[in-house]
Design a protein around this ligand. Structure first.
Ligand SMILES: [Zn+2]
Length: 258
């Protein structure tokens, strides 16, 4: 099956037609979703969605873009959620060097605190790495976690290899469908197959055929086809390998999907 390893299915953008979109995605071969929370205020809504929807895996984290509204007690709420046996990862967490505020110095303590929680609960992490791969690698080396997924990876081959050695898989999505995304396409073509997981990041990051529109779960199937074309491999091989990679990166998926 196809596994969407990064989708904000809990987003308000999907409130009107979430089930319809998931039905269409299921018919296209999408069998499971990993939904990372982005704020503590969203944990309840994520739980409600995952409780009500088969094959939705939950991850809990405080996203760097929203860290300016996080409170210290949110880390305690996060720890409570991470104690759940059905939490598959800590995420979405990371650093964003693209936004002007909050700056990296403000984001870093929250990131390191959440990495420490990942270590304490022995959970993988789902990383947001925009324009911040180097400081992220430094923080990972400092804290030491068991790996996970670097979502929407857009770094160098050397950075990719470093993350792979640290136990991470790299998430590829709609960006690889744009002919101009040369670096990402070159990585997707040349990385070892066991390095890659698929994601939509829906409703964000629409692929080229949905440019400037809401990204939807069904698009994962065509993203997988694009990856198969780029690598000159069969779609069946891509589906099988990326499913295995997702299960390897997030071992509790095996319980959810048993
Ligand atoms: Zn995301």
């Amino acid at each position: 099956m196809l596994i969407d390893t990064h989708i904000h299915l809990d987003a308000d953008a999907f409130a009107p037609d979430r089930q319809t979109l998931m039905d269409a995605a299921r018919d296209a071969g999408v069998g499971a979703y990993v939904v990372p929370a982005v704020t503590a205020a969203g944990f309840d809504a994520l739980d409600a969605l995952a409780d009500a929807t088969p094959n939705v895996a939950r991850a809990y984290g405080l996203h760097p873009l929203y860290i300016d509204r996080a409170r210290p007690e949110d880390l305690e709420l996060l720890a409570q959620r991470l104690a759940r046996p059905d939490a598959v990862a800590v995420g979405e967490i990371g650093l964003d060097g693209f936004i002007p505020a909050p700056d990296l110095a403000a984001q870093l303590p929250w990131f390191e605190a959440q990495l420490a929680l990942a270590k304490r609960f022995d959970l993988p992490v789902i990383l947001h790495v925009r324009h911040a791969v180097e400081p992220i690698i430094r923080a990972l080396k400092k804290v030491g976690v068991r790996g996970g997924i670097a979502h929407a990876f857009n770094g160098s081959r050397q950075q990719a290899d470093t993350l792979l050695m640290m136990g991470f898989k790299l998430g590829f999505g709609g960006t690889l469908t744009y002919p101009g995304s040369r670096r990402i396409r070159a990585l997707a073509e040349s990385l070892p197959m066991d390095a890659i997981v698929l994601e939509t990041d829906a409703p964000d990051m629409p692929p080229v055929w949905a440019r400037a529109q809401r990204n939807e779960p069904v698009n994962l199937a065509r993203i997988a086809e694009t990856l198969a074309e780029l690598r000159g491999e069969s779609l069946a091989d891509i589906v099988a390998a990326t499913e295995a990679n997702a299960r390897c990166a997030l071992p509790r998926l095996n319980t959810l999907l048993a």
